[in-house]
Structures are given as C-alpha cells and as structure tokens.
Design a protein around this ligand. Sequence first.
Ligand SMILES: C[S@@+](CC[C@H](N)C(=O)[O-])C[C@H]1O[C@@H](n2cnc3c(N)ncnc32)[C@H](O)[C@@H]1O
Length: 250
Amino acid sequence: MADAFEDADLAGYYDLINEFGEGDRFYLELVPAADAVLDVGCGTGTLLKAARAGGHPGRLVGLDPAEGMLLQARREPDVEWIRGDLGTVAFDGGFDLVVMTGHAFQVFLTDDEVRTQFTAIRRALDPGGRFAFETRNPGARAWERWTPENGTDIVGHDGERVRVEHFVESVADGLVTMTETFSCPDWPEPRVDRGTLRFTDADHLDSLPVGTGFEVAERYGSWDRAALTGSSREIITIARPGRTPAGLQR
Ligand SMILES: C[S@@+](CC[C@H](N)C(=O)[O-])C[C@H]1O[C@@H](n2cnc3c(N)ncnc32)[C@H](O)[C@@H]1O
C-alpha cells in the first residue's frame, strides 16, 4: 500500500490531478492583506508558491507532515517549508492569516483532533488575524462521485500515462474510507493508497467545543461567496478570534 502524500512519485502527480482552481483563487485573494501567512497541510505548496510569484513580500510558511508533498513544494525556495504538524510544531503568534486549503481539514477525523488544530492555530494568530478553511458539505454527498468510472487520465512528468481511480469502501458516521489507485501500463502493478476523510456538517462544525475563542466571520457555500445551502458543495469558513472562549460562535 502506497501513501500518495508521502510517496515522492505519487505526490508528483498531485498537481496534475488537482489543477489551480477557484478554491486557490479564493484563498489567494486573502493573502495580500496579511503580512505573514501560515498554510497548514500545505501539500505541494500551491497557494504559497502563487502568493510569492504574485509578489507577496512577507513571511510565507507551509507546514505539512508528508515529505513527498514537500519535495514538490521546495521547488520554490523563497517560502519556509516545514515538515510536521501542529501537534509537533508550535507557533506563538506572528501570523495574520492561517489557511487550511484543498480540504486538508477533512484529514482530522475526531473532534479532539480538530480542537487541537484550532487551539494551535489560534495561538499562531496575531490580534486581528483570520483563519480560513473549507470542508466538503456532506449534503452534497461528494463520495457518490468517487467511482472508478469518474477516474482521471494524466500524463506524468516522464510521459507515462497514468489512470487514477477512486473507490469508496465505506461511509459511516461521517467517515468516508476509500482507495485511490494509480495504474500505468509500464508498471508491474497498480499503486494503491487508502485513506479516510471526515465529513462535518455546518451545525456540528460550529458546535465543536473547541474552546479556542474563534467565531465565524464569514461563511460561504461556494467559491463565488454564495450563501451556504443544504446542497452546497463546500462549507467555507473564515474565522476570527472572538470575544468569548466558548468556541465557534455564529
Ligand atoms: C488534500 S491535501 C491538500 C494539500 C494542499 N493544501 C492543497 O490545497 O493542495 C491534504 C494535505 O494534508 C496533509 N496532512 C495530513 N495530515 C496532516 C496533519 N496532521 N497536519 C497537517 N497536514 C496534514 C497531507 O500530507 C496533505 O498534503
């Protein structure tokens, strides 16, 4: 079993499968107002590379535990790329914007894990800072489209033709477990990654007893800033440190 984020070859396909899109543009628009930006779960570094290429003059820090992804990110040397996670790397202020993009939020499978992230992110933010992240809306049932028939064909960096297919193994209690299979006629066998993502609805997201004093400043259901509805694809949140210590407040 391969780990698509750790494996340097498979991580090399990530940007071919996930092209720069409207989600990246949404976050990129938040960057100019921030002197310093922390991207938690930065992956291949799409957002911060674009921020630097766009002329952002300040501090840009990308944090991710997966070495394969960071190998891609480090192609931009003018960003601080740190291997790790918020359980092992602590930031004490210094950031005006923290982001968690590309549905990275969904790798945290329990309320406790989410609470740990929120607490650490709150600590990383300076007064007036913002935390922006998104999670797929369970109401849109994205996992029903993750079928082999909806696979993607890509041409790798060495010209190899790779097919990427998803297969959902189980959906239970908001946890979707699936495999991602990479196959190529030139390889002796396919390479398979298996993982679980958590789907959290907006009410639960806002009721999480995070105890970090965040409050929701903005909430959208799509990247064009439309209001969240039951069937919106995304739950996009911009949170700010609030006046109460009770957690996410609306
Ligand atoms: C779907 S990718 C998103 C990457 C990037 N943010 C983007 O928009 O392309 C999820 C990322 O979360 C990272 N990740 C997994 N566990 C993590 C953790 N505990 N803390 C931070 N990032 C984590 C993975 O290594 C992976 O790079």
